[in-house]
Ligand binder design. Sequence first.
Ligand code: G4P
Length: 535
Amino acid sequence: MPTATPVELEAAVARRRTFAIISHPDAGKTTLTEKLLLYGGAIHLAGSVKSRRAERHATSDWMKLEQERGISVTSSVMQFEYEGYAINLLDTPGHEDFSEDTYRTLVAADSAVMLLDNRKGVEERTRQLFEVCKKRRTPIFTFVNKCDRVGEDSLKIVSDVESDLGIQCHPITWPIFDGNSFVGVYDRRLDRVHLFGRDEHHGSTRAAELVLPLHGADTAKRLGDEAYGRLMHDIELLDAAGHPFDREMVLSGELSPMFFGSALTNFGVEPFLREFLELSPAPVPRESTQGPVDPATPNFTGFVFKIQANMDPRHRDRVAFVRICSGKFEAGMEVGQVRTGKRIRLASPQQFMARERIAVEEAWPGDVIGVVDRGNLRIGDTLAEEGTMEYSGVPRFPPEHFARVVLLDPMKRKQLDAGLRQLTEEGAAQVFFTSPTEVAGPTPIIGAVGMLQFDVMLHRLEHEYGVRCKLERMGGKSPRWVVGPQAEIERIGRERGRTVLYDATGAPLILFEDAWGLRWTLERETSLKFYEAAP
Ligand code: G4P
């Protein structure tokens, strides 16, 4: 029986913010995460998340770490509080551990922060993650980082992001430079200037700041004529030529509020955090097979967006990450797995705070809990206290790397098939075949979004299924699923020596080596339809 009153539920929903940071490696995600935790009081001295990044840099270290701790520390959810808000920051694995999980995490987020390096603007990885957010109409906030060192002109960054990604931007904070020194930001919405004080802690503690009205008598004097003049000029330009702020457009992902700062020195981080929390959405109704489900409805519901296997072979259990969509969760509660109709007791759920696992007694819509699972749950599963509604599934994302699985002991074929089936169901791998009738034929091919996924698969096949394999990497980075006459599809494969594969459902896809070859084919083969993901 639900124990939370509607008022309690509504209050819990209203103060929750669940988001992920999307960025290209080295833009400063780890540093910004750490600073957000610092401001949220979750850590006292910045520097502790950093060591986590160093730890996960080498593949072998990562494996060792997994084994020692018996649970992944690489992908987690960090929960912290700030000025009355309960914040869930979903970690998006980004370096070697970039994988389908990174994309899936975005499905569980209510908004995203797109972090850019002020010299590099939009980079490849950012673009890929942005596209996933855009398709889902996720609100996107942009933070331009590293303003403490000279970068591109700020106005140029705004127009580059707009033209590059096809999204409108509205700077909320604007950087103030004194010569080349980054001295503060102006908040256009609140019409006030934040001036930063240089501290001696190199960003390990909160930045001291002085808040002044833009037109205050003291402001021009403190900034100096040149810096103040430049700021006034920029603001005039933004007001005249920029896109006006529009809350509705922010919430539908068409307009990105933009912020400038430096995660390293903390400058601009707190003004960003405050505005972000104010402007970003609390959990909103989610689509289901029975219409949108309001988060404040008392019936507990949620969906599994990620399953983390235990890398320790002595512990076969796995952790399923559940995003709560409605109702209150209480430890030990029994819920239905809608796909199978089974009832499951959520006995030892956990929440994740930086490196710690904490037992949860209760959790609310927007929160993520980790549930220990013995292999029953799948990605996309809906869990509901009552009813048969299901959330629209977690989509599959196209792999970027392909490899043939070569069995080192041919007698172990059955185990290999069982292992691949399990890994596919869990979402840890995607399996393909070289002919439509050859499902379970001699050479399965696996696809992965990130290279580390391959290492994880080999490791798990060997330790959990006793199958030793090696992988032969294949060319072809951009797969396209094809719909059309079979003979035509095979012809394209033959003529250009391209690889045609079939996914686990028998749907054909062609691997393209490069963007040029892909474009060439798309322009010519008009009788076929090409899709980036399985249609
Ligand atoms: P990531 O998680 O997105 O990969 O990036 P991370 O935070 O690890 O930052 C990548 C590099 O950029 C680090 O430097 C970090 O110190 C630096 N960085 C992050 N934010 C800022 C910023 O606001 N300004 C400046 N100037 N640099 C920033 P590194 O030399 O690779 O590492 P380290 O030696 O500093 O640890």
